[in-house]
Ligand binder design. Sequence first.
Ligand SMILES: Nc1ncnc2c1ncn2[C@@H]1O[C@H](COP(=O)(O)OP(=O)(O)OP(=O)(O)O)[C@@H](O)[C@H]1O
Ligand SMILES: [Mg+2]
Length: 162
Amino acid sequence: MAFVAVRGIVKSYTVGGRALIVLRDLDLHVDRGEMVAIVGASGVGKSTLLHLVGGLDRVDAGDIAIGDAQVTAMADGDLVAFRNREQQRVAVARALVMHPAVLLADEPTGDLDEATAEALHGLLREMHRNFGLTSIIATHNPRLAAACDRVLRLQEGRLVPA
Ligand SMILES: Nc1ncnc2c1ncn2[C@@H]1O[C@H](COP(=O)(O)OP(=O)(O)OP(=O)(O)O)[C@@H](O)[C@H]1O
Ligand SMILES: [Mg+2]
């Protein structure tokens, strides 16, 4: 069974009085210990997806489970406790550890020069391996994506193999 199980999630924002549907019936299953890259054009919803998995925002529909925790079923107070459990913000990397077992990184190499980005790739892989993490990394960096176990492309609100 997948450690991170995202089933049929829908997320929309209201922009200028109209609903902008970002994620449409999106599924994502990540096994324990797997490192998955999420790629896709700017504005397609990569950050939105990571925020939902990390419990920073609420889905409109569908459900998200991390291990035994039903993230989408949590009351607001429980969600805060869940997010705070060993949460660490690594400012320079803009990587976010939301859960002791899960690394959610949103464009960790976004602002870095090539050499520093390469070094950070190595560090992320080392953390992933040494801490036995399950990692989901949103990135525009093809080299970082290629170094992951699996690459998924977010397009039209859903994930497809890249
Ligand atoms: N709080 C919000 N209110 C309204 N619209 C939002 C909000 N957050 C995101 N959006 C919109 O949702 C869409 C997806 O945004 P998101 O930031 O998830 O994209 P992204 O794939 O992470 O883009 P990038 O590659 O530039 O980081 C965009 O059209 C964005 O403008
Ligand atoms: Mg983003």
